[in-house]
Design a protein around this ligand. Structure first.
Ligand SMILES: Cc1cc2nc3c(=O)[nH]c(=O)nc-3n(C[C@H](O)[C@H](O)[C@H](O)COP(=O)(O)O)c2cc1C
Length: 324
């Protein structure tokens, strides 16, 4: 399948693996890229330019296909060394960067100067248009269903994607709630040039996370995510567990007086314990409603091949309907 996104990134299939904290290591990025999609290493999980450079080198040892690096801009008391991370990306010969969070304008000149394509992840049409205006090459339009940070507008993809298609001139991919061939065809129907998946790629053989995380996703239904940190305007969609229920109790108790310090135990520094050690009740971890559509743990190759097979079958079915 050829789309503006496969052409722009030099990939075989219009499928991207979004950056994921403590999931997007070289093993997963390489597996997705080897399967013909675009794998993405999560820059901030590495933290320092040296470690990111090392992770990029590891990924290059595992694949000769294009892969990307995610740079997430979050409010932080001690901001990461973004210029250093950008230098590691450029020196590492990476060709695609997925930015997310705040406006990525600060890193665009360096990235664009090095010929790197930038896809910015946005949760609104407003932010997508801004990304287009500042010179991003593409956007990833992340609906309310998504795992992670859906923003504060709560517009689901059935509305958000066609709205983005009506307004944008640069190509975009759908993101949030995507799992299979149906998701891909629906995304194309809405005007996207491909799709981005997070949660679905965690439940794959190559995702270098604890088996408990994969089993939790397979066991979960579409009813098992919760929105946390709403009153801090830092909403995150996470898998429910004991820590998340406690977090929600604290949020209810504190109301508008909630401060980050009140929930630090449930949200700060919990990712390594959950993702690497499988301590599933340790805290809040991002997960999409799409968990309800995930029932197995295939290899990335099996997953992507299946998605493309399903997509072709849907196209054939639609064509037959038209011919009938
Ligand atoms: C465990 C997890 C961690 C994530 N971490 C990040 C991150 O660090 N930076 C980022 O831009 N997006 C992050 N995301 C969002 C994904 O890149 C992607 O946009 C999202 O998962 C899409 O929704 P889906 O899970 O329904 O596929 C994360 C998602 C998950 C599930």
């Amino acid at each position: 399948m050829k789309t503006a996104i496969t052409e722009m990134f030099g990939i075989q299939h219009p499928i991207i693996q979004g950056g994921m904290h403590f999931v997007g290591f070289a093993e997963l990025a390489a597996a997705v890229s080897n399967a013909g999609g675009l794998g993405i290493i999560t820059g901030l999980t590495q933290g320092t330019p040296e470690k990111l450079a090392n992770e990029i080198a590891r990924c290059k040892n595992m694949t000769d296909k294009p892969f990307g690096v995610n740079l997430t801009f979050l409010p932080s008391l001690t901001p990461p060394d973004y210029p250093g991370l950008v230098k590691a990306i450029i020196d590492g010969g990476v060709k695609v960067v997925e930015t997310a969070g705040r406006n990525p304008a600060q890193v665009l000149p360096a990235l664009k100067g090095a010929g790197i394509k930038v896809i910015h992840k946005c949760t609104s049409v407003r932010h997508s248009l801004k990304a287009q205006e500042i010179g991003c090459d593409a956007v990833s339009v992340d609906g309310f269903e998504c795992g992670g940070h859906p923003g504060e507008d709560d517009v689901p993809n059935f509305i958000l994607l066609p709205r983005a298609a009506d307004e944008l001139e640069i190509p975009f991919v759908s993101s949030g709630g995507m799992a299979d061939g149906r998701s891909l065809i629906a995304s194309l129907a809405f005007g996207a040039a491909g799709m981005n998946m997070g949660t679905r790629f965690i439940a794959t053989k190559e995702a270098p996370v604890h088996e408990n995380v994969k089993q939790a996703i397979v066991a979960a239904s579409e009813l098992d995510t919760r929105l946390v940190m709403r009153s801090l305007r830092n909403t995150e969609r996470v898998m429910t567990n004991a820590a998340v229920e406690e977090l929600l109790r604290i949020e209810k108790e504190k109301g508008d007086d909630l401060k980050f310090e009140d929930i630090v135990e449930q949200v700060a520094g919990v990712y390594p314990r959950i993702m690497l050690e499988g301590d599933m009740d340790k805290g809040a971890w991002s997960c999409g409603m799409v968990a309800g559509l995930i029932h197995d743990i295939p290899t990335c190759q099996e997953l992507i091949e299946r998605i493309m097979r399903e997509a072709e079958a849907i196209i054939a079915r639609l064509n037959a309907m038209q011919a009938a």
